[in-house]
Design a binder for this molecule. Structure first.
Ligand code: GDP
Ligand code: PGA
Ligand code: MN
Ligand code: MN
Length: 607
């Protein structure tokens, strides 16, 4: 038996509610040791992981890890929101009764950490002093050291964040399980990722992949957070958040927005680095995956990034597409690469889109650890890195992180955008001034799913506000909550739908994307402040060619521009029928949303 009391005393963990919780789960999981961690333990834990071979060196102060080959993405069908009230059952939240799920998870977790250390990770998903602090604290228990290292990079970690909070903390239990014997993706799948939202308890069993195992980030920062936000008057969204300063006018605009996982949030927030469009604009990074939004006492809409790090998609990240990301994972940053290719001799890492593929195969291993040189001809063309391979680095490493990124007051929000991988129909940008139409637009976000979710790459689906995998309560209530929160703001944000992924007949992207995405965002802010008027269409206001800053765009992009600034009415009319079916799934959807749908449909009819 571990002497939990002694361990907690030594760590200065004084919160009695937390102590009770830790002792309880140490008993259930049967862990051999208990250890309380804080950010200052990082170097020691890294060394232990290196010694144990769980991490491999990838350059000075850089690390490499592989997850089990069947455990590389979020498992949506195994992810469940459980509560004690069946009225919480929505279309996408895989609702189950709490009374059914809790015993199941306790069963799976009983004795499952035998022989292992249970790490206690007290964390805060907010800057300290945030008005939402009471909803942001949690304690993750995990039997996986790599999860600890990732959490230290992604969240604010230490007992000082939770000692004073009484029982206002999320109980987040993670047990890895015996990965080779969990039947991932088969009818006998043993994994369960459960958020018991009305008890503020998260129970995840059967994965060590970040999206399933970093409970502060996705299970708390998104699922639990959105449920808490629903009950307490704020919004929790899978949103990036950035600030644009126009140095000529001194004005600053903050824009947040949701694109489904692996659809460009991290790149948008990071890559518009200071010099994206010459010297006039300064673009700051606030967040790349989650934003919590609330209306302040002054009536303004505020937003903050609850995270302390970036868990970015590696694929196609290079000096040209995203120099800021490259700068944030250089030697000395402590970055961890997961499931990219690795050279066991030179300790280099590589992924598709990183640059020239190494021609000397000596030492190179793919993400599964198999030598590239030994590949049989039929496997020769397989990617070296997993398409959902990732890098993890703290915000402080991001060169354009905003100076005030830790300000608990958050930042005022001027614009909210939605987007995703949509190969046709959606123009480069269409702006929406009406709140109900903006919320309607978010609810009808349709895009291709990506490798961030197991087995779904390329599937076209609706993904409301990009929250489908994280939805914790019914969609109709979600829509009503959005209308209520944003409706309460005295200064309304402008909405827009953006698409960087329209394709030509030959499959190429019609818009160069990445750093060029600043151009439509600038237009949006000019539109909000009356400096341009745009072109009215049935689905929103689009820029005229003249209004967009086109300086320095390459010829191909200039030639393709007219296509992505055109509304294909026939295609949109067809889309409206799909939207109606989609929205009909959500019983009790607010009338304002249906009215917005009818306004768009009627305008298209008359076009
Ligand atoms: P997130 O998961 O939503 O944060 O998406 P990321 O920003 O990590 O991007 C996911 C993938 O989309 C990466 O492989 C990026 O290189 C790629 N990507 C991001 N932005 C763009 C863009 O503007 N155009 C194109 N073509 N690809 C992009
Ligand atoms: P992403 O974050 O949105 O950057 O892919 C992880 C996830 O949503 O799984
Ligand atoms: Mn995400
Ligand atoms: Mn991202």
């Amino acid at each position: 038996m571990v002497d939990v009391e002694r361990v907690l005393d030594e760590a200065g963990l004084t919160n009695t509610y937390v102590r009770e919780y830790v002792a309880h789960w140490a008993g259930v999981t049967g862990a051999e040791r208990v250890e309380v961690v804080s950010a200052s333990d990082d170097a020691r834990l890294v060394q232990e992981s290196l010694d144990a071979g769980e991490l491999l060196p990838a350059g000075e102060g850089l690390y490499y890890s592989r997850s089990y080959y069947k455990d590389t993405a979020r498992a949506e069908e195994r992810t469940i929101v459980a509560t004690n009230d069946e009225a919480d059952k929505g279309t996408y939240n895989n609702w189950r009764p709490a009374a059914e799920m809790k015993p199941l998870l306790v069963d799976l977790m009983t004795g499952a950490s035998a022989g292992k250390t249970m790490y206690v990770i007290p964390y805060l998903m907010a800057p300290k002093g945030s008005p939402l602090e009471n909803f942001a604290a949690g304690v993750e228990l995990t039997d996986n050291r790599n999860v600890v290292l990732q959490m230290i990079r992604m969240a604010r970690v230490g007992v000082e964040y939770i000692n004073h909070l009484g029982d206002s903390f999320v109980k987040a239990v993670h047990v890895t399980g015996d990965l080779p014997n969990l039947g991932q993706g088969t009818p006998d799948d043993k994994r369960y990722f459960v958020t018991v939202a009305d008890e503020r308890t998260i129970l995840h069993f059967g994965s060590s992949y970040g999206g399933n195992a970093l409970l502060g980030k996705i299970a708390h920062g998104l699922r639990q957070g959105s449920y808490d936000g629903w009950k307490n008057g704020f919004l929790v969204e899978q949103f990036m958040l950035l600030g644009i300063t126009d140095k000529e006018t001194g004005k600053k605009y903050n824009i947040c927005g949701g694109f489904p996982s692996a659809s460009g949030k991290t790149n948008l927030a990071m890559t518009l680095a200071p010099d994206a469009l010459g010297d006039r604009y300064y673009v700051e990074f606030y967040g790349d995956d989650i934003a919590w939004l609330w209306v302040g006492d002054d009536g303004k809409l505020y937003g903050m990034n609850p995270e302390n790090g970036v868990f970015g998609v590696a694929k196609d990240t290079n000096e040209k597409t995203n120099p800021t990301a490259i700068d944030s994972i250089v030697p000395g940053t402590g970055a961890i690469f997961t499931n990219v290719a690795y050279n066991e001799k030179t300790q280099q890492v590589w992924w598709e889109g990183r640059g020239e593929k190494p021609t000397d195969l000596d030492g190179w291993q793919d993400w599964k650890g198999e030598a590239i040189a030994d590949r049989s001809p039929e496997h020769a063309d397989e990617p070296w890195a997993h398409p959902n391979s990732r890098f993890t680095t703290t915000l402080a490493n991001v060169p354009n992180v905003a100076e005030d990124f830790e300000d608990p007051a958050g930042v005022e929000i001027h614009g909210i955008i939605f987007g995703g991988r949509t190969r046709d129909r959606e123009p480069l940008i269409r702006a929406i001034n009406d709140i109900a139409e903006g919320v309607y637009d978010g609810l009808t976000l349709g895009a291709e799913a990506t490798a961030a979710a197991d087995g779904l790459e390329g599937v076209l689906r609706y993904d409301p506000m990009s929250m489908r995998p994280f939805m914790s309560y019914p969609e109709a209530d979600y829509a009503a909550h959005w209308l209520k929160v944003i409706g309460a703001a005295t200064e309304k944000p402008i909405f827009a739908h953006v698409n960087w992924f329209q394709r030509g007949d030959d499959g190429r992207f019609l818009w160069p994307g990445y750093r060029e995405n600043l151009r439509p965002l600038l237009w949006l802010m000019q539109l909000k402040y009356g400096e341009v008027s745009g072109v009215e269409t049935p689905v929103g206001i689009i820029p005229s060619r003249e209004e967009l800053n086109l300086e320095g765009l390459d010829e191909q992009a200039l030639a393709d521009l007219d296509t992505i600034l055109t509304i294909d009415t026939a295609r949109w009319n067809q889309e409206m029928k799909f939207r109606e079916e989609h929205l009909n799934q959500f019983e009790g959807l607010p009338e304002e949303i249906w009215a917005a749908h009818r306004r768009v449909a009627d305008a298209l009819d008359q076009a």
